[in-house]
Design a protein around this ligand. Structure first.
Ligand code: SOE
Length: 376
């Protein structure tokens, strides 16, 4: 087997999901390539060493620039807060490394463009971890749409709802709560949660033409974890958005961290001329499907349990009837990336694909600020 030597920058929640993906993919998906956990990089050496020993990384670095100089690193995985993505990705590409970047691609479109140019100029393989494309039920939705089963699409509706920032005592900044700090995150729910909905939507239903959005910041000031001082909150806590897709369908999206009772409710529903589908992350192995062409006396919503070997990815898992979960989306992403190395085919979502999502997010934020429709 050919080694694919991974150097990971950052070690938070996403560092764990990705590391698990690298460890598990070769157990379940055949490939010429095998990820090798070569180095994890973080400023805090002790924490990096602890992470390395839990996941089996061979070595630890405290400066990502030093890691990029190493000949034994093939691919750099960026799991840092969003404000570091651009600098690390561009330097990694210039060092000839493959670049695997956590979502969202960048703080904004301008940064994203520069990142795309860097990986394309260097000719290095790249990808962004929009993992929900690889929930088997979501991949099946793509298959059904591409087969034309839904017919002409009229509506695309998606939500991503959480409730973890309702408490005004949650700080901004710091290791666990940088997502609330505009300097580190770029935006709030738009880049963090709505971006997932947009990535899936573009993948399933094509490009987005224009948007009209509103955002709100419910808690106006929060203590900053670094200084202990109260500072204005500059991220969006909630975002609702209408859009037109290039195919003529209408989109409706909502993301918030203020939906009490919802921890990670990601749902979408697509209504076509012949059929509709809907999916819910909390019941991720089911795809609801309604086909108007069914015999009318048995017509109704089918709840399709995605566990049969014929379903995307499922032939590589247990036996029919048994479920898989959230962590498997990352395993699938690693497996598909390894396959793309073998075949030489392009991997999606690439930096370019993620730039499309970034453009939509930027248009959403400026539409909300200026209270006008914005072209993407
Ligand atoms: C935020 O809470 C978060 O962890 C996002 O950053 C992830 O991208 C999403 O998949 C789950 O929620």
């Amino acid at each position: 087997m050919k080694p694919l030597n991974i150097g990971m920058v950052g070690y938070g929640f996403m560092g764990r999901t990705h590391s698990n993906g690298y460890c598990q993919a070769p157990h379940f998906f055949e490939s010429e390539y095998k990820p090798v956990l070569k180095a994890v990089c973080a400023r805090n050496k002790e924490k990096a060493e602890q992470f390395a020993s839990v996941w089996g990384y061979d070595s630890v670095e405290t400066d990502w620039r030093e890691m990029l100089k190493r000949d034994d690193i093939d691919a750099v995985d960026i799991c840092t807060p969003n404000n570091l993505h651009k600098e690390i990705a561009i330097a990694a590409a210039e060092a000839g490394k493959m670049v695997l970047c956590e979502k969202p691609l960048a703080l904004n479109q301008t940064e994203g463009e520069a990142m795309c140019q860097a990986v394309e100029k260097a000719g290095v393989k790249n990808m962004v971890w929009y993992n929900y494309r690889r929930v088997p039920a979501v991949t099946l939705a793509k298959q059904l749409i591409d087969e034309g089963r839904l017919g002409k699409i009229f509506h695309y509706r998606a939500n991503f709802l959480q409730d973890w920032t309702i408490n005004a005592d949650v700080p901004q900044g710091g290791a666990a709560t940088w997502r609330l700090d505009a300097e580190a995150a770029g935006s709030g729910v738009t880049g963090d949660l709505l971006a997932h909905c947009i990535d899936t939507a573009i993948w399933l239903n094509g490009g987005i033409k224009d948007v009209s959005a509103m955002t709100e910041t419910f808690v106006k000031e929060r203590v900053h974890a670094d200084t202990g001082e109260k500072k204005p909150v500059k991220i969006d806590d909630a975002c609702s958005c209408f859009c037109h897709f290039d195919n003529g369908s209408l989109g409706l999206f909502e993301s918030t961290r203020y939906a009490r009772g919802h921890k990670a409710l990601y749902t979408f529903e697509i209504n076509g001329e012949n059929a509709s589908i809907r999916w819910d992350l909390h019941d991720l192995h089911r795809l609801e499907y309604f086909d108007h062409r069914d015999d009318s006396i048995v017509r109704g919503w089918r709840s399709v349990h995605i566990s049969d070997g014929d379903m995307p990815y499922m032939g590589n898992w247990w036996v029919p009837g048994l479920n898989i979960g959230y962590e498997h989306t990352f395993i699938h992403q690693v497996a598909d990336f390894l396959k793309s190395l073998e075949t030489g085919e392009a991997f999606h979502p690439s930096f370019r694909d993620a730039l499309e999502t970034q453009k939509v997010c930027d248009a959403i934020l400026s539409s909300a600020n200026e209270r006008v429709w914005k072209n993407v």
